[in-house]
Design a protein around this ligand. Structure first.
Ligand code: TYM
Length: 330
């Protein structure tokens, strides 16, 4: 088993990232060979402030280390430092079809009505993502549900490449979506996912939020007037309530059913403080560890440099084989 996954180094880590992806990354380090990277090349598909991109790449790497990614066990690096990602993406650009990319919901959402004005990179974004995982012949890719479509595309690209060139180069990567927290929703709108691009900071819990702010955000989270039922299925149609129960169960490593049973008949006045306490118990140690790492930027930069060197070694044979398959002289 080889595990590969990435995160864009923009904004702060939030609870959706943590429960949907990072918690799985940390757990998988014990069982598999893991590569985790900051997708700084992907960040270029939207407008960036250069100094901020550089700083937030280090900041996000520090946050991953604080959350439990161990640079000795896992290979942690930033994508731009391993040129094979860009090279393979270009090669796979010859295999991916316009029609496939046109169907990507993230492209449709992010480009909106202004497709003509969107960057070419935003359109070909999933091809680079396919290169990210195929380069290392990843078997499992732990991601939130929103990234599943991109991984299905990576499988399509791998299949077509293998068939077109008569090779068995790329195994098909398996998306590994968290069962307990596939899609954490906004605290203000149960129909929108929790996201770093939401203009309202009250919509998300950031890993750097203070204990008071976490409690305040849950207190103000949108809910309804009904008490909690005694079965999780009965929360159908109550998106905000369902989301809070999901967050509780993912944080506590309990089933959502056991959570509703505990709070059945009680209102959110009782549930929200318990949820806030649970979130603080998980997030405060990560936040405090991150704060301690503020003076250790050199350590973080060195961890990324070491990780990139190890990633380059693993990437080289696959890139060479891909070049040979398509007839590039190498
Ligand atoms: P990104 O940076 O948007 O998010 C990082 C990870 O967090 C997950 N996630 C969520 N999970 C549950 N609920 C949410 N509300 C939520 N918000 C975010 C994402 O699914 C993701 O797993 N394109 C990717 C980065 C990437 C990548 C890759 C991932 C680039 N190359 C190769 C896997 C493999 C992205 O923008 O994730």
């Amino acid at each position: 088993m080889r595990v590969v996954s990435g995160i864009q180094p923009t904004g702060n880590l939030h609870l959706g990232n943590y429960l949907g992806a990072i918690k799985q990354w940390v757990a998988m380090q014990d069982q598999c060979e893991c590569l985790f990277f900051l997708a700084d090349l992907h960040a270029l598909t939207q407008p960036v402030v250069p100094a901020e991109l550089a700083a937030s790449t280090i900041e996000m790497a520090a946050a991953l280390l604080a959350a439990g990614i161990d640079p000795k066990r896992s290979i942690l690096f930033n994508q731009a430092r391993v040129p094979a990602h860009s090279e393979l993406a270009w090669i796979l650009g010859g295999t991916a079809r316009m029609g496939w990319l046109n169907r990507m919901t993230q492209w449709k959402d992010k480009a909106g009505k202004n497709r003509e004005g969107a960057s070419v990179g935003l359109f070909t974004y999933p091809v680079l993502q396919a290169a990210d995982v195929l380069l290392y012949k990843a078997s499992h890719v732990p991601v939130g549900e929103d990234q599943k479509q991109h991984l299905e595309l990576a499988r399509d690209i791998a299949t077509k490449f293998n068939t077109d060139y008569g090779v068995e180069l790329f195994p098909l990567p398996e998306p590994f979506v968290s069962k307990s927290a596939p899609r954490i929703m906004s605290l203000r709108d149960g129909g929108a996912k929790m996201s770093k691009s939401d203009p309202s900071d009250m919509s998300r819990i950031n890993l750097i939020d203070s204990d008071e702010l976490i409690a305040q955000k849950f207190r103000k989270a949108k809910t309804d007037a009904e008490p909690l039922p005694d079965s999780f299925d009965a929360l159908e149609g109550r998106a905000e309530a369902r989301n809070l129960v999901t967050i509780f169960s993912a944080l506590a490593d309990r089933t959502p059913q056991s959570v509703v049973e505990e709070f059945a008949g009680k209102g959110f006045g009782a549930f929200k403080p318990a949820l806030a306490d649970l979130a603080v118990a998980t997030l405060a140690p990560i936040r405090d560890q991150l704060a301690r790492m503020h003076n250790e930027r050199a350590y973080v930069a060195q961890a990324l440099a070491d990780g990139a060197e190890r990633a380059r070694i693993l990437a080289a044979p696959t890139l060479l084989a891909a070049k040979q398959a398509v007839g590039l002289q190498v």
